[in-house]
Design a protein. Structure first.
Length: 140
């Protein structure tokens, strides 16, 4: 999105979040500085898009409980929206932990040598089939 479009979408999201904070009485869960926290902004965007699809979208078969499902999702998200440090005023999130020097090389070595990434592809049920074959004919 272009910067003007991003600003317009964030204004739209802010309007909805303010409505949600008031309507669902989430003023103790969603801090006023929610837009300054990337993950909270991502979660609220997902909730908003789900809300639009649920309440403004076309009703389709099998979605009779869509509104209740959306409300359940909202309640499941609530612990992740809460930022207790920010209720007295915005507090910057801690800086990301930087990987130590050489970590990328170590990861690439893992990808090149680990059985997790180098073993031939096997069907998930292959071990069960082998076990059942031994049980059926232990003489093999």
């Amino acid at each position: 999105m272009s910067p003007p479009e991003r600003r317009a979408r964030l204004r739209e999201l802010r309007t909805w979040v303010e409505w949600l904070r008031y309507t669902a009485e989430l003023h103790n869960e969603i801090p006023p500085c929610w837009y300054q926290h990337r993950w909270v902004k991502e979660l609220l965007t997902a909730l908003y898009l789900g809300w639009l699809r649920t309440y403004a979208g076309e009703k389709s078969a099998g979605r009779e409980l869509a509104e209740a499902e959306w409300i359940n999702t909202l309640h499941a998200f609530k612990p992740y929206l809460k930022l207790p440090a920010c209720f007295g005023g915005h507090e910057e999130p801690p800086p990301p932990h930087l990987s130590p020097t050489g970590a990328e090389d170590e990861f690439e070595m893992y990808l090149a040598t680990s059985p997790d990434t180098t073993a031939p592809a096997r069907h998930p049920a292959e071990a069960d089939i082998a076990r059942m074959a031994v049980e059926l004919d232990p003489g093999l």
